[in-house]
Write a protein that binds this ligand. Structure first.
Ligand code: 5AD
Ligand code: SF4
Length: 420
């Protein structure tokens, strides 16, 4: 989502006459896009900001700006910690960036107004030339999970009209993009002018030239039959779903305000698996939420085993100001959170390895992305299940091609293949 936002910002800046520089040292304006989801993300931004302060000190006329959720979340503390900032702009203020930059002279320019209607639908983002492109389908979130700062920093849920999404997808297809990833904080809550998410998937699937469609992140409560049917019936919609569960304990799920029980989540997984053969699943897990005890934690491990996720993003709970859980405080010590985090990571490594090893000898269509970062003479791409596949390069194979690959060996994170 932040990559997509940065591409929108780049497009806005270019319209105003700016050009992009590869090197912060050469730039007249340096904008840092930020995340506020966990404290760790904020700490990294503060570290980066103090590096950039040195560049600014050498050339005081250079403008330094902070964008995104962290700008929205904690602007007062931010201006105290980084008083050399010229500009602070929240996620709904990017349209006004050129004016903000121009007005940031003696005092910093700050614009963190949230706007219930801003979708940037009319601004085609500046895409990198690649096989895959991210297209924003909706912004914001109305779910207000107790731990999460997103609804406060990105504002209310709003969807981009399907006509705008389709225009963008057609333009991308014309530029050779093969895979579209539809984006939104709760992307399957998409609804605009009577078009729901299932219908949107079908409309995007009808665009010629687009070969694969994915989306992230759906919320389990919005996983309606029309979405499942569209996934099952549209061959372009890939058999992979990132479905954040957060916890396997019903007590913790209720305290988080997630709107489902572990049983309801598991039944949903069953429905998905029976509708979509070979579905791969990933998830998000938080360990150490307020009052999570050993029994709750054991339920999380149990749910992970019951589902058998292909991969997972796992986090230590981080108390965020403004959220509903902020007042509750932190009851699990950092040492204990670290212990639980290691345990979920170890379990997931074992599950991922087991799932990947089960694919030995199987063949998959792999959409080629380019040279592998590791392994000279190897190319990398994704299987329909969004698994990383490595295979030997050949002069005839180019990014954007789909090749058939047979799995020769597997680690928890990738499949090493031969051309089939
Ligand atoms: N602490 C830890 N993890 C969090 N996430 C969201 N808020 C927090 C928090 N306060 C995680 C959730 C979400 C993912 C994007 O980040 O797992 O799905
Ligand atoms: Fe945050 Fe996702 Fe919950 Fe929205 S649905 S509040 S983005 S965790």
């Amino acid at each position: 989502m932040n990559i997509a936002d940065s591409q929108t910002v780049t497009a806005i800046m270019r319209r105003a006459g700016y050009t992009a520089s590869d090197n912060a040292g050469d730039a007249d304006v340096i904008l840092l896009n930020t995340c506020a989801i966990r404290e760790h993300a904020e700490e990294r931004v503060l570290g980066r900001l103090s590096d950039l302060a040195r560049l600014k000190a050498a050339h005081p006329q250079r403008k330094l700006g902070l964008l995104g959720c962290m700008a929205q979340h904690n602007r007062a503390a931010l201006m105290r910690k980084a008083p050399w900032l010229d500009l602070v702009a929240g996620p709904d203020s990017y349209r006004r960036l050129p004016e903000l930059i121009a007005s940031a002279n003696f005092d910093p320019a700050i614009d963190v107004r949230l706007d219930r209607t801003e979708t940037y639908a009319d601004i085609p983002p500046e895409y990198e030339n690649s096989v895959r492109a991210y297209v924003t389908a909706m912004r914001g979130c109305d779910k207000f999970c107790a731990f999460c700062v997103v609804p406060y920093v990105r504002g209310r849920e709003r969807s981009v009209p399907a006509t705008d999404i389709l225009r963008e997808v057609r333009q991308l297809a014309a530029r050779g993009v093969k895979e579209i990833v539809l984006l939104g904080q709760t992307v399957n809550a998409y609804r605009c002018d009577q078009v729901g998410f299932g219908a949107l998937l079908r409309k995007v699937a009808a665009v010629e030239g687009i070969e694969r469609i994915r989306f992230t992140s759906p919320h389990p409560s919005d996983m309606t039959s029309d979405v499942i049917e569209a996934m099952a019936e549209e061959p372009k919609v890939q058999p992979y779903l990132h479905l954040p569960v957060q916890s396997g304990s019903d007590r913790v799920l209720a305290a988080m305000g997630r709107g489902y029980t572990s049983q309801a989540y598991l039944s949903l997984i069953e429905r998905l698996r029976s509708a979509i053969p070979n579905l791969a699943l990933s998830t998000d897990i938080i360990v150490g939420f307020h009052s999570e005890d050993q029994q709750d934690f054991a339920s999380t491990l149990g749910l992970m085993r019951a589902v058998g996720y292909d991969s997972a993003f796992m986090f230590k709970y981080s108390v965020r100001e403004h959220t509903r859980a902020f007042k509750l405080g932190d009851t699990v010590s950092d040492t204990e959170k670290s212990r639980r985090l290691s345990a979920v990571i170890d379990l997931q490594e074992a599950l991922s390895l087991e799932r990947n090893r089960a694919l030995l000898g199987c063949e998959f269509p792999v959409l080629v992305e380019g040279p592998a970062r590791r392994g000279a003479g190897m190319l990398v791409g994704k299987t329909p299940q969004f698994k990383t596949a490595l295979f030997p390069a050949a002069p005839s194979i180019r990014p954007g091609d789909t090749i058939r690959a047979r799995v020769d060996s597997a680690t928890a994170h990738s499949l090493v293949c031969a051309l089939a």
